[in-house]
Design a protein around this ligand. Structure first.
Ligand SMILES: C[S@@+](CC[C@H](N)C(=O)[O-])C[C@H]1O[C@@H](n2cnc3c(N)ncnc32)[C@H](O)[C@@H]1O
Length: 337
């Protein structure tokens, strides 16, 4: 691709993600299989307008998510498979949250936020902060939680990979602070059978028991879910882990969370911070784009290892080590007491 074409391609990035989103939202990827189906049959099954549905399917074909045959027939591609509801590595939840109308609406505030120096488009758009909005809007909470489990299906692998070099042998109990429905924690419990775990979460995230991973993975006797607020108090544990938590919050808010964890930790306590770590200036990295998303949705940001080390220090911790996933997309910053 020439430089000109590359620039043009970036301009149309949002069109592609919206076409994908609408395909997911309408259930296209759960309807189309590896056996070709006529566009008219897909439209009938999904209750869509025949002609407009064909044009959407053709566009999804052009993106490589479906394969178009010569008779207006479509089958799913390997890439499209990741958007199916029943794929264990499904990306469906991420597509529904990040391109859904609630988040789409936030981006229009970006240029004013950068001019004013005041991030967080949630209060501008909805009069509420992100986690006040999740608490008062159960359908959005459901999409949010599905997205977090969807993110986790890949991030848990990265974190687990990064922690292969971490010694869990002296740890009995791990608390996942803001652990969502427990995907990461339960995966660690499955990998390290001597561990017990606690998920600390907002009540709204854990009240629907059928979505919790402890039940789905048969780990209910080793994994407790506690409803609470990490800004008030955190349960005691030998190690505390947080994935995609500190990036939601400002430096002051992070120091408060890390201080509460410090107070709940034993003498040899540990905190494990799993995030997209921002690399040096000339290295293109997903964290640098995710950082702009954080500017839109919250008070947080993506940070470098040194910035996490500074937060740890401000809350009394010592930065002990940093482990990276093989892909380099996520890292775990370790703090010791
Ligand atoms: C970005 S999500 C990450 C969830 C999970 N750690 C993961 O990686 O999938 C942030 C989580 O923090 C939880 N959360 C927000 N405020 C909280 C608070 N004050 N106390 C405990 N959990 C909180 C939210 O409910 C949400 O599930």
């Amino acid at each position: 691709m020439s430089k000109y074409e590359k620039t043009l391609d970036i301009i149309f990035g949002r069109w592609r993600s919206q076409v994908l989103y609408v395909g997911v939202k309408l259930g296209v990827f759960d309807c189309v299989t590896s056996n070709p189906k006529y566009a008219s049959d897909i439209a009938k099954e999904l209750n869509l307008d025949n002609k407009l549905a064909y044009r959407l399917l053709r566009a999804l074909g052009s993106l490589g998510l479906l394969r178009e045959g010569v008779n207006h027939d479509f089958s799913i591609t390997g890439e499209g498979e990741f958007l199916r509801r029943d794929n264990p590595q499904t990306l469906r939840g991420i597509a529904l949250l990040e391109e859904g109308h609630e988040h789409y609406a936030l981006w229009k505030h970006l240029h004013n936020m950068i001019k004013d120096g005041k991030q967080n488009a949630f209060p501008r758009e909805y009069g509420k902060k992100l986690f006040e909005f999740t608490d008062s809007n159960p359908p959005y909470r459901k999409v949010f939680d599905e997205a977090m489990s969807s993110y986790s299906s890949i991030q848990t692998t990265w974190v687990s990979e990064a922690l292969d070099r971490y010694d869990f042998s002296n740890i009995k109990c791990v608390c996942d602070v803001g652990g969502g429905q427990g995907h990461l924690l339960c995966s660690l419990l499955a990998k390290y059978p001597h561990l017990d775990g606690i998920v600390l979460e907002l009540q709204s995230a854990i009240k629907n028991k059928e979505f919790l991973w402890a039940g789905k993975m048969g780990l209910e006797d080793r994994c407790k879910y506690i409803a609470g607020n990490m800004f008030n108090e955190v349960p005691a544990a030998d190690a505390h882990i947080m994935k995609m938590i500190l990036h939601d919050w400002s430096d002051d808010e992070c120091v408060k969370i890390l201080s509460n964890i410090y107070d709940a930790s034993p003498k040899k306590g540990t905190v494990l911070i799993a995030e997209h770590l921002v690399p040096g200036p000339d290295i293109p990295h997903f964290s640098k784009i995710f950082d702009i998303h954080m500017m839109c949705v919250a008070t947080g940001r993506e940070r470098t290892i040194d910035e996490y080390a500074q937060l740890l220090k401000s809350a009394g911790w010592k930065h002990a080590n940093t482990f990276h996933s093989r892909s380099g997309l996520m890292g775990v910053v370790v703090g010791n007491k």
